[in-house]
Design a protein. Structure first.
Length: 216
């Protein structure tokens, strides 16, 4: 059976959340009020990002310059990419984060060919515009990660999900296997979902190899 690894970006591939750093540094407004509303499930993650980044008026080069040396990639990500290539697994980053900084991080890692789907960011002096476009090329207000995993399942993939946050809870429950850290790990543990904890991708690759012996 075809295997696909769907992997989150902020807080999963990276140890920190790049979007939070950018908002802390550049947002001209109380973006953390919106974050509280999202955490309380009053607004969707898509609405949070759209409204929060509208407070950012800086241009793309300024934001990318600020990110330099601020975002650390979780250990073993190159090993995960190599493992997937060697096994002919499809590795796909699906993130509620913004495409421009994810592309920049991947380019710095010389991994710009890794498949990636994220929020589309457009820069304007009056504030950034952010939109989510699903696998059917239609705009989405919510459920971005879920839309992709459902599409992958329809294509016949057996899916391993890797994530860390609240927005990973819903899509992870569609997966055949879950690798979890952070808030996703806590949710899996509290709700008796089967999962593998991970702190780095070296451990995750080792666990995947063990699982593959039992038809991952």
């Amino acid at each position: 059976m075809k295997t696909l690894i769907q992997c989150d970006f902020d807080g999963t591939i990276t140890e920190e959340d790049a979007s939070f750093f950018l908002l802390d540094t550049f947002a001209q407004g109380d973006w953390r009020r919106l974050l509280r509303e999202y955490k309380e499930h009053k607004i969707s993650v898509g609405e949070f990002n759209t409204r929060a980044f509208a407070m950012v008026k800086a241009d793309e080069p300024t934001l990318l310059e600020a990110l330099k040396d601020k975002i650390k990639v979780r250990a073993g990500f190159h090993e995960l990419v190599d493992y997937c290539l060697g096994k002919d697994f499809r590795l796909v980053i699906v993130s509620n984060g913004l495409d421009f900084y994810i592309k920049a991080v991947l380019k710095e890692l010389a991994l710009e060919n890794v498949e990636m789907h994220a929020a589309q960011a457009f820069f304007h002096p009056e504030g950034m515009k952010v939109q989510y476009v699903g696998p059917d090329d239609k705009r989405l207000e919510d459920g971005f990660k879920e839309a992709y995993i459902k599409t992958f399942l329809k294509l016949g993939y057996r899916i391993t999900y890797m994530g860390n946050g609240d927005s990973d809870v819903a899509p992870a429950q569609y997966a055949h296997h879950i690798f979890a850290t952070g808030e996703l790990l806590a949710y899996c543990r509290d709700n008796n979902l089967e999962y593998k904890p991970f702190e780095n991708f070296i451990d995750a690759v080792r666990d995947m190899e063990q699982m593959s012996q039992f038809q991952l």
